[in-house]
Design a protein around this ligand. Structure first.
Ligand SMILES: NC(=O)CC[C@H](N)C(=O)O
Length: 323
């Protein structure tokens, strides 16, 4: 099959699958614990796939903006490791899945000395935000924004409404931060760490931008559009291992079993995932690709319902599982 025929086939399939999986969204609900997220349209479902050539395949509401939320945890973890080195960061946050909800507090007290289990849950991510270089939230965020800009070639925009909405209601994240401060796992003041964490969560993106992050991870830190290695390979490999084991929260095991790709979700309904350049002869993406999905109706674990079911179909039909 010629490349353009193959492309047409993939696009037609994607359109059909998006139309079908959009119907699954009624089984989920838009996050309401952050009041500003409640207003998203739960029937939206969009996808963008980018290949190293920059070639893009899209379907559905792929260009509707949404906030990064927990997908930002991958970028801040990479940023902290790039600045401090991996061992400094891993002295302060572990790499073990919890099987608990993303905002759970229970393990911090159950396992002395209270080191957060991994950077993909809120406790670990708040610690990581506190580790970003700089003496003020602004300096820490500027460091993170510069990394984000290196990836997407555009300055990140924080959705102030989402930030304020979460800042005013973030009692559990505040509780987590106070606990981390008490046990010595916060590198700055509670309110400062929280400001950095909640602003990084409020960065506005669309599926193309998260697909691009995924693509760079697929290529072990190489940015194909800039022609430059922007993150060390070891850091990116670690981030992908964390995505695979912890990126979909307490549904990470099922996601690995039924989709089989490293992924990170956020409560706004985004999922960032990737297909590494693999050696399966029939792979539709022999050079690898990044995949961004947006479907704001989420399940009880905090993952996009329609997004996960669309990914299950893609992984099955196109045989892209890493296993
Ligand atoms: N799972 C998520 O996307 C959580 C991010 C959200 N900002 C929170 O801290 O609750």
């Amino acid at each position: 099959m010629t490349k353009s025929k193959w492309d047409r086939k993939r696009m037609d399939e994607l359109e059909q699958w998006v139309a079908y999986h959009r119907l699954q969204a009624s089984e989920g609900k838009c996050a309401s614990y952050i009041p500003a997220l409640r207003r998203a349209d739960p029937t939206h479902l969009g996808i963008c796939i980018i290949e190293p050539s920059g070639h893009k395949i899209t379907a559905g509401e792929w260009d509707v903006p949404f906030t990064l939320q927990s997908i930002s945890k991958v970028v801040s973890f990479i940023a902290a490791c790039c600045h401090h080195g991996i061992s400094y960061v891993l002295d302060r946050v572990d790499v073990e899945p919890t099987g608990d909800a993303f905002n759970s507090i229970i393990r911090l007290e159950m396992h002395k000395p209270g080191k957060p289990f991994n950077p993909m849950i809120n406790a670990g991510a708040i610690t990581v935000s506190s580790l970003l270089p700089g003496d003020t939230p602004k300096q820490k965020l500027d460091y993170l924004y510069a990394i984000f800009q290196k990836i997407t070639s555009s300055a990140p925009v924080v959705n102030e409404e989402v930030f304020v909405s979460e800042w005013m209601t973030s009692h559990r994240n505040r509780a987590l931060s106070h606990y981390l401060k008490d046990t010595g796992y916060l590198d700055c003041e509670v309110e400062e760490a929280l400001e950095v964490y909640l602003k990084q969560c409020s960065i506005e993106v669309n599926t193309e931008q998260i697909a691009l992050i995924g693509l760079i991870l697929a290529l072990d830190g190489y940015h194909p559009l800039r022609g430059e290695q922007i993150f060390p390979k070891q850091v990116v490999r670690l981030a992908k291992a964390l995505m695979l084991t912890c990126g979909m929260y307490d549904a990470s095991g099922k996601f690995a079993a039924y989709v089989g790709l490293p992924a990170k979700s956020g409560v706004s309904g985004g999922i960032m995932t990737l297909v590494p350049p693999i050696l399966k002869r029939e792979s539709p993406f022999p050079d690898g690709c990044g995949i961004g999905i947006f479907g704001p109706a989420i399940d009880s674990c905090g993952n996009s319902v329609a997004g996960v079911s669309l990914l299950k179909q893609i992984a099955h039909e196109w045989d892209v599982s890493i296993f």
